[in-house]
Design a protein around this ligand. Sequence first.
Ligand code: SF4
Length: 100
Amino acid sequence: MSPQTTDGQDLEVWIDQDLCTGDGICAQYAPEVFELDIDGLAYVKDGEDELLQDPGATTRIPLEILNDVVESAKECPGECIHVRRSADRVEVYGPNAEED
Ligand code: SF4
């Protein structure tokens, strides 16, 4: 399946820090939304480039970097990057998504 929003709906992403290995792959793929904090784990950033340090915090994915975020979720060794529809919170990419 190609990485696109379903019906143009907003997508958002969150990280399960309990499983994050801190390798930084996500921050290399999509530094606009992922960053390693001083605890060595990855967190998401909001649209103002502000790091959201609450575990499991969610941020909206700008369409222009959706591919990068989806690639991050696929490559994430901790399998802890979750991409879901904002409207109904159904995961579309990540370990809990139905398709691979
Ligand atoms: S790719 Fe996954 S495991 Fe690696 S730093 Fe990012 S969230 Fe953590």
